[in-house]
Write a protein that binds this ligand. Structure first.
Ligand code: GAR
Length: 198
């Protein structure tokens, strides 16, 4: 029996390097023929996100929905749900999507909403993770792919990557080292998720 189509929608706010790594993995590892999975769309809350033209250049539908056009977080999230749902996603992937989501949004995609966070959660939820890891004297830093729950950066972890914190590291140097691992970690975590789906 042919597996059900599994559309993946990726939400971004910026450069979209994780999005591109996922899209490349989907192509190279033939997610469509192996899992009936395809990257259906990339959506950004920032109209000038560099990841939007990048997605288009990879042949992926790309749309912007500016949160600035809405009076409230609830109104934006409701509109975002409508856009995302047009693609009937099996999985919604937050990849550098820099918005706090409402409980209604999280509940709507319960069990099919994942995020990558640039720290070894539960350490350093929130912003400025790399500087905080350096300031805390951590010997290791990294990234976590996790299910999204109502509490920010607290859902169950699906996968982690660890890198060393080196003497004299700046936040930028550490972020770049972590990002290289994110590009390996996130596609792997999504592939593992796809393997568990009927
Ligand atoms: C990544 O490092 C990601 O982990 C982080 O933003 C960057 C996005 O880069 N996400 C967060 O901080 C979420 N709280 P990208 O747009 O090049 O993928």
């Amino acid at each position: 029996m042919q597996a059900k189509n599994k559309n993946i929608v990726i939400l971004i706010s910026g450069g979209g390097s994780n999005m591109a790594a996922i899209a490349r993995a989907a192509q190279q590892q033939e997610w469509e023929s192996r899992f009936s999975a395809r990257i259906a769309a990339v959506i950004s809350n920032q109209p000038d996100a560099k990841g939007l033209p990048l997605a288009q250049s990879m042949g992926i539908a790309a749309e912007a929905l500016s949160h600035k056009s809405f009076d409230s977080r609830e109104a934006f999230d409701a509109a975002l749900m409508k856009v995302v749902d047009r693609y009937q996603p099996a999985l919604v992937v937050l990849a550098g999507f820099m918005r706090i989501l409402t409980p209604a949004f999280v509940a709507h995609y319960a069990g099919r909403l994942i995020n990558i966070h640039p720290s070894l959660l539960p350490l350093f939820p929130g912003l400025h993770t790399h500087q905080r890891a350096i300031d805390a004297g951590c010997k290791e830093a990294g990234a976590t792919v996790h299910q999204v729950t109502a509490e920010l950066d607290h859902g169950p972890a699906l996968a982690q990557a660890v890198v060393p914190v080196l003497p004299g590291d700046t936040a930028d140097a550490l972020a770049a080292r972590v990002l290289v691992q994110e590009h390996l970690l996130y596609p792997r975590a999504i592939e593992s998720w796809l393997q568990t789906q009927p």
